[in-house]
Design a protein around this ligand. Structure first.
Ligand code: TUI
Length: 315
């Protein structure tokens, strides 16, 4: 299986499954577990200072011999220093989010790092492929955290048609059916975040995981549209306060202030009412906490039956 998969070959991995680079909870522990299970684990740099990221990379190198990646969040105040650390540490794969990484592509490619930006539009996908991106992650609005506006279903085939590099689908994928659907849309691999939040190796506070497991299909909302930084979170006291202030015409500064520290408050302090519980719309389907290896194996082992039920509709 996957012997001819272009992403498996490009990244030197067994299964075409990438872990989303989640701020605060995409730690070396989670990333190395995903890489050891045959996927591509990714350390989420988020707003991490460069030294903290270097320590996390060292930890991942101790825990796995397999390739892993770093996700660089381009809105981070440390983005330049973080990119420098990634270069010095010769991280095999860099994914980026929340911006245009064009200026960093040449230096990364120079040392052989594979560069895979997250895109939420066809226009940015085309621009970054011209800049030298090795592949792109087309991420739909179903995802958790910072998002674009187009659904995975509509975005993935349009990006596939527009670029001549492999496409990785993200947003709303958490089981074999989602993976098969991504392949049907022309993607060569998937990236999953939410599914790995409810894994044994994810260090998110138990309250965070519990709220994710309790989520239903309509439990998430999008805040921050008026600021131009939409983010999908589970509706709670903080998101309602945010919506009230937005409706009352609060200034961007006041709204930004509400967001500062809110993700850490939920992921580490377990305050899931006053913190920001970023998760995708597929959380309504997540009902158990499993080891990363079991999550990946269940998905891979479920694919033949999924393909059979697809064929049954066509026969
Ligand atoms: O980056 C993400 N998701 C994230 S980052 C994050 S950390 C954070 N913490 C607190 C507040 C806000 C963020 C949490 N979730 N996903 C990748 C992604 N990138 N989704 C959408 C985009 C995107 C959107 C617009 C990428 C590029 C873009 O256009 C930029 C341009 O210049 O055209």
């Amino acid at each position: 299986m996957f012997e001819n998969n272009v992403i498996c070959k490009l990244l030197n991995i067994k299964y075409p499954i990438l872990q989303g680079g989640m701020a605060w909870i995409g730690t070396a522990e989670l990333a190395s577990a995903v890489s050891n299970a045959g996927g591509l684990g990714i350390i989420g740099a988020g707003h991490m200072p460069p030294d903290a990221l270097r320590a996390e990379i060292h930890k991942a190198k101790e825990r796995t011999e397999k390739p892993f990646g770093v996700n660089v969040m381009l809105m981070s105040p440390f983005v330049k220093e973080v990119m420098q650390v990634v270069l010095e540490e010769k991280v095999p794969v860099v994914t980026t989010g929340a911006g245009n990484p064009g200026e960093y592509v040449p230096a990364l490619k120079e040392i052989g790092t594979k560069v895979i930006p997250v895109v939420a539009s066809v226009a940015l996908a085309k621009r970054l492929v011209r800049s030298g991106a090795d592949a792109v992650i087309a991420e739909g609005t179903e995802s958790g955290g910072h998002i674009g506006e187009i659904t995975t279903m509509a975005l993935v085939p349009q990006v596939v048609d527009a670029v001549d590099v492999p496409v990785i689908a993200a947003g709303g994928i958490a089981d074999s059916r989602g993976v098969a659907a991504a392949f049907a849309l022309g993607a060569h691999a998937v990236q999953m975040g939410s599914r790995f939040v409810v894994s044994e190796e994810c260090i998110a506070h138990p309250n965070y995981k519990e709220l994710v497991l309790k989520a239903k299909d309509r439990s998430t909302v999008v805040t921050g549209r008026s600021l131009g930084h939409p983010a999908r979170v589970i509706a709670n006291k903080l998101s309602r306060r945010y919506e009230e202030m937005e409706a009352a015409g609060a200034s961007p500064e006041e709204l930004e202030k509400l967001g500062v520290g809110s993700l850490h408050r939920a992921t580490h302090e377990g305050d899931v009412e006053n913190g920001s519980v970023m998760i995708g719309e597929i959380s309504g389907m997540l009902k158990d906490i499993k080891p990363v290896k079991a999550i990946i194996e269940d998905i891979v082992n479920g694919l033949p039956d999924t393909f059979k039920s697809i064929e049954a509709n066509v026969d």
